[in-house]
Ligand binder design. Sequence first.
Ligand code: AP5
Length: 214
Amino acid sequence: MIAILLGPPGSGKGTQAKVLKEKYKFLHLSTGDMLRAAINAKTPLGLKVQDIMARGELVSDEIVLDLIKEKIAETSPNQNVVLDGYPRNVNQAHSLATLLSKYERKVDKVLSIEVDSESLITRLTGRRTCKVCGAGYHVQFHPSKKAGVCDQCGGELVQRRDDMVDVIKDRLKVFEGQTSPLKNFYSSQGVLEVIQGDQQPQEVTQEINRAMGI
Ligand code: AP5
């Protein structure tokens, strides 16, 4: 199965993709994580995209397609895959369909996670991530035992550069303008399922599992 988690920044795509990876052995492909890894490693790609991401804009379609192409090429034909943050506009969705068709695969499910804007801002401004192991926290909803320190590995917890209120507002506008048209795109293909994201993470997981039949 190829599943896409579609939703605005902070809707819980990364949180739910991790569950699919850990519990159901999906391959988790997050273009945001790949780009952040390139920035942290100071690769030429990282240097090219860091300011664009800090502003909350989308990087070019060619860059993300190259990242996804490489991963899909390495994936075995029966591997379940969850795409988190890709595609992000209709052009990327067309490129994805063309890419998958080369492997005789297609998008099977698109889970559109819906959350109101106010909750998204609270979620994103409070998000903290471990610099070492990548574990996710939230200062209010899922705090670490010791402030600023990861419970799992003792690493430093950091805030993403694009999780500042002004940048979050710009990211939400980018989602509305460029990404939300994908709902109609996938709905017309009969693969879209709407997930109520304003619930406890475990309840969102249950809804996703039901929609995916797992
Ligand atoms: P990306 O990394 O994909 O970020 P995003 O889509 O903005 O999404 P987030 O990672 O911010 O949120 P999420 O939905 O994963 O929520 P999470 O689970 O973390 O992209 C970043 C940038 O990279 C883009 O702006 C762009 O520049 C570039 N980029 C990436 N892909 C691209 C592409 N395809 N094309 C072009 N550019 C691209 O949860 C958020 C917080 O809420 C956490 O603290 C979590 O603990 C909490 N939370 C989660 N679920 C719940 C719940 N049910 N209740 C309460 N709190 C919850």
